[in-house]
Design a protein around this ligand. Structure first.
Ligand code: 0RA
Length: 651
C-alpha cells in the first residue's frame, strides 16, 4: 500500500489472519508478555512504547521524548525520531510497515540493516503487545513531509488504515503513539505518576544525553519539580556518573571525583561508574542489563566484585600501602562504595524466580577483564583517591575484626551467665516462643508501669534508656559496644548481622512501646532502623509490632474512655454530640497508671498493635539515613518538603 491508496479495503491474505491470531494470543495470556495484569503490567505498557523511542534516540535520530498522562488515563508518547516507516511492507500484502510494527509480534525492531541491535524492554515484546492490550490506539507519523494517521480498536483491530492527513511542520519527523489500556484485561487502569517518573529518571541516567519529559494532566496543581507548563524533564549529560552522584547525594563522598570506564566488544558492552562515600554500607552496588534493573545480581556483578577486590589488593601491595600478608576482603573494599554497572548485550538471560538475575556467562569475563584493566589504570592515575580507598578498606577490615571479637564476647557472656539474660530484662515464664512477647519500653519509669501491667506468663519487659545510639553512623563494632544494643541482642537471643538466626528468637512478638510524641517517634525509628539493618528477618517475618498507647482520655458517666488519636477523638465527639469537651491529653507512658496501661495498650483483648512491614521499616531506614546522615542541606530539604506529611515520619 502506498500513502495515496490509504483507506481502500484490501483483501485479507494469510498474513493478516496470522496477525490477528498473534494478538489474540497476547489477550488470552497477557502475563506471558507483560508479566501481570496488575499495576506492574499496566505500567509496563508505557515502558514498552517509550523503549521504542529510546532506541530511536540512542541510534542518534531523536532528541527528546515526551510522555503525557491524559485525564482519561490514556498515555501519549511522542518522539522526534525518523518516524515509523510508512511504505508498504514487502512481506505483508496491503499493509504499511507501520501497521506491521503495530500488529505483528516482535516486529518492533528496525528492519533490514546490518549490525546488532540491543533493545530495551523487559521481554522486548514490542509495541504490538500494547496494541493487543488496549481498547484503542492512535498512531501519528511525520515522515517525508507528510502527517500520517492510523488507529486501532479492541485489541489491535485496524479501524483507520494509515492515511495522509496533511503536511508535517517544516522538516519535522517523528512518531506519536497514544493508547487506552483495556479495562477488561487490567485489574485497574490508573497510572501512578511517581512510578513512571522513577522509571524515566532511571532511563535518563542509563542513556546519557537522553531527554525525557513527563506531564500529568490529571493533576490540578503542578508537580513541585515541574516547570510552569507542567513538564518534568530528566536529562543527564553525565549518564551513570550522574547516577552515582545522585545516589551519593544524601551521603558524604570520600572524594569529589566519580570514576568511570567502559568497554565495548562485538556483541556486548559494559560501563561502570563508582565513588566511595564515608558511610559503612556494603550494598551500594546497582546493576542493569539492557536498561533493566538486575536486583538479583548475576554475572556482571560477580565479575565486577572479584576484579574489584583483586585490583584494590594488588594496588595496595604494589604501593606498600598494604602489608603482603594483609588481604582485604570484598566486604572491606565495598564498604561505602556506590557503583553502577550497566551492560548491554544481544540476548540477555534473566534467571531466578523473579527473573532479575543476569545469567550470561560471557558478561562475567568481559566485566572482570574490563575492571582488572581500567580500574587499575584509574587507581594509578588518581593516587590520592586510591590511598583514601585503601585506608578506608583497612579501617573496615579492623572494624570487622573488632566486631567479631565483640560478638564473641557477647556470645560467651550469654553462655556463661546461666540463662545469660541481661539484668534489666523482666522475662516471662512461658517456654513457648510462639506465645512469648517482648515489650521494649522507653525509660525506666514506664518500664516500671509495664512490669506491673503485664501478664508475667507471656509478657517480658525490657526497659531501654533514651536514644540507643545513632545506628547510621556507627559501624557494627561500635554498635556492639553499646550496652542497650547488647541487651537487645541478648534478650532476643538469635545473634546479629550475618549470624542472625531466626530459628533462635525467644519471642515471636517484639513490641515497641514508646510515647506518642516526637521523642517516642524518634526512638521507634531508631529501633526499626536497627532491626531493619541488623535483624532484617525479624521484620520480613513480621515479628515486630508497635504498641499504640492512647493520646486522650475522657469520662462518660462513671467509666473512663481512652481515645487513640485525634481521629478517634473526633469520631467519638461526633457520636456523642452533647459531651462536654473535657479531654485529658495523656502525657506519657510514665504518667499512666499501670492499670490504664494494661487496659489500653497491653492486654491482648483491649490493645491494638500495628504490625510492621518491610516497607515501613525500609521507610524508617530511609527517613533515618536522611535525618541522621551527614549532609545538613539535604536533611533540611527533607524536613521542609516532608513537614506537611506527618504520617511519613510518625511511624
Ligand atoms: C522501524 C524502523 C525504523 C524506525 C522505527 C521502526 C521506529 C519505531 C518507533 C516507535 C516509536 N517511535 C519510533 N521511531 C521509529 C527505521 C526508519 C528508517 O530507517 O528511516
Amino acid at each position: 500500500m502506498s500513502d495515496t491508496e490509504s483507506g481502500e479495503e484490501s483483501n485479507y491474505g494469510a498474513e493478516n489472519i496470522t496477525v490477528l491470531e498473534g494478538l489474540e494470543a497476547v489477550r488470552k495470556r497477557p502475563g506471558m508478555y507483560i508479566g501481570s495484569t496488575g499495576p506492574q503490567g499496566l505500567h509496563h505498557l508505557v515502558y514498552e512504547v517509550v523503549d521504542n523511542s529510546v532506541d530511536e534516540a540512542m541510534a542518534g535520530h531523536c532528541s527528546a521524548i515526551e510522555v503525557i498522562v491524559h485525564t482519561d488515563d490514556s498515555v501519549e508518547v511522542r518522539d522526534d525520531g525518523r518516524g515509523i516507516p510508512t511504505g508498504e511492507h514487502p512481506k505483508y500484502e496491503g499493509m504499511s510497515a507501520a501497521e506491521v510494527v503495530m500488529t505483528v509480534l516482535h516486529a518492533g525492531g528496525k528492519f533490514g540493516g546490518g549490525g546488532y541491535k540491543v533493545s530495551g524492554g523487559l521481554h522486548g515484546v514490542g509495541i504490538s503487545v500494547v496494541n493487543a492490550l488496549s481498547k484503542k490506539v492512535e498512531v501519528q507519523i511525520d515522515r517525508e513531509g507528510k502527517h500520517h494517521y492510523m488507529d486501532f480498536a479492541d485489541g489491535g483491530t485496524v479501524q483507520t488504515k494509515l492515511e495522509v492527513r496533511g503536511e508535517s511542520p517544516d522538516g519535522f519527523t517523528g512518531t506519536t503513539v497514544r493508547f487506552w489500556p483495556d479495562d477488561t484485561i487490567f485489574e485497574e487502569t490508573e497510572f501512578r505518576a511517581q512510578t513512571l517518573l522513577d522509571r524515566f529518571q532511571m532511563m535518563a541516567f542509563l542513556n546519557r544525553g537522553l531527554k525525557i519529559r513527563f506531564r500529568d494532566e490529571r493533576r490540578a496543581e503542578v508537580h513541585e519539580d515541574a516547570n510552569e507548563d507542567g513538564w518534568i524533564e530528566f536529562h543527564y549529560e553525565g549518564g551513570i556518573k550522574d547516577f552515582v552522584r545522585h545516589v551519593n547525594q544524601s551521603k558524604e563522598a570520600l572524594f569529589a571525583k566519580v570514576g568511570y570506564y567502559e568497554v565495548a566488544e562485538e556483541t556486548q558492552e559494559v560501563e561502570i561508574a563508582f565513588q566511595w562515600n564515608t558511610g559503612f554500607n556494603a550494598d551500594g552496588l546497582h546493576s542493569f542489563a539492557n536498561g533493566i534493573t538486575t536486583g538479583g545480581g548475576g554475572m556482571h556483578e560477580t565479575g565486577f566484585r572479584s576484579a574489584l577486590t583483586r585490583t584494590v589488593n594488588k594496588y595496595g601491595k604494589d604501593k606498600n600501602l598494604l602489608k603482603d600478608t594483609e588481604d582485604l576482603s570484598g566486604d572491606d573494599v565495598r564498604e561505602g562504595l556506590t557503583a553502577i554497572i550497566s551492560v548491554r548485550l544481544q540476548d540477555p538471560q534473566f534467571e531466578g524466580q523473579t527473573k532479575d538475575k543476569l545469567g550470561n556467562v560471557s558478561v562475567r569475563s568481559m566485566v572482570e577483564k574490563a575492571t582488572n584493566e581500567k580500574l587499575a589504570e584509574w587507581l594509578e592515575e588518581n593516587p590520592a583517591e586510591a590511598k583514601l580507598v585503601i585506608n578506608k578498606s583497612i579501617a573496615a577490615q579492623r572494624a570487622r575484626e573488632a566486631a567479631r571479637a565483640a560478638r564473641d564476647t557477647i556470645r560467651n557472656k550469654t553462655a556463661l551467665d546461666g540463662a545469660g539474660m541481661p539484668e534489666k530484662l523482666k522475662d516471662c515464664s512461658s517456654k513457648d516462643p510462639r506465645e512469648r512477647e517482648l515489650f521494649i519500653v522507653e525509660g525506666d519509669s514506664a518500664g516500671g508501669s509495664a512490669i506491673q501491667a503485664r501478664d508475667p506468663r507471656t509478657m517480658a519487659i525490657l526497659p531501654i534508656r533514651g536514644k540507643i545510639l545513632n545506628v547510621e553512623r556507627a559501624r557494627l563494632d561500635r554498635m556492639l559496644k553499646n550496652l542497650e544494643v547488647q541487651t537487645l541482642i541478648q534478650a532476643i537471643g538469635a545473634g546479629i548481622g550475618d549470624e542472625f538466626d531466626i530459628d533462635k528468637i525467644r519471642y515471636h512478638k517484639i513490641i515497641l512501646l514508646a510515647d506518642a510524641d516526637v521523642d517516642g517517634s524518634h526512638i521507634r525509628t531508631l529501633l526499626l532502623t536497627f532491626f531493619f539493618r541488623q535483624m532484617r528477618e525479624l521484620v520480613e517475618n513480621q515479628h515486630i509490632y508497635i504498641a499504640q498507647p492512647p493520646l486522650y482520655s475522657t469520662t462518660q458517666g462513671k467509666s473512663k474512655v481512652y481515645l487513640k488519636d485525634d481521629r478517634e477523638k473526633d469520631a467519638w465527639l461526633e457520636d456523642h454530640p452533647n459531651h462536654k469537651k473535657d479531654f485529658q491529653r495523656l502525657k506519657g507512658l510514665g504518667e499512666m497508671q499501670w492499670l490504664e496501661l494494661a487496659e489500653t495498650t497491653m492486654n491482648p483483648g483491649d490493645r491494638t498493635l500495628l504490625q510492621v512491614s518491610v516497607d515501613q521499616a525500609a521507610m524508617a531506614d530511609e527517613v533515618f539515613s536522611t535525618l541522621m546522615g551527614e549532609d545538613v542541606a539535604r536533611r533540611k530539604h527533607f524536613i521542609q518538603t516532608n513537614a506537611k506529611d506527618v504520617r511519613f515520619l510518625d511511624i
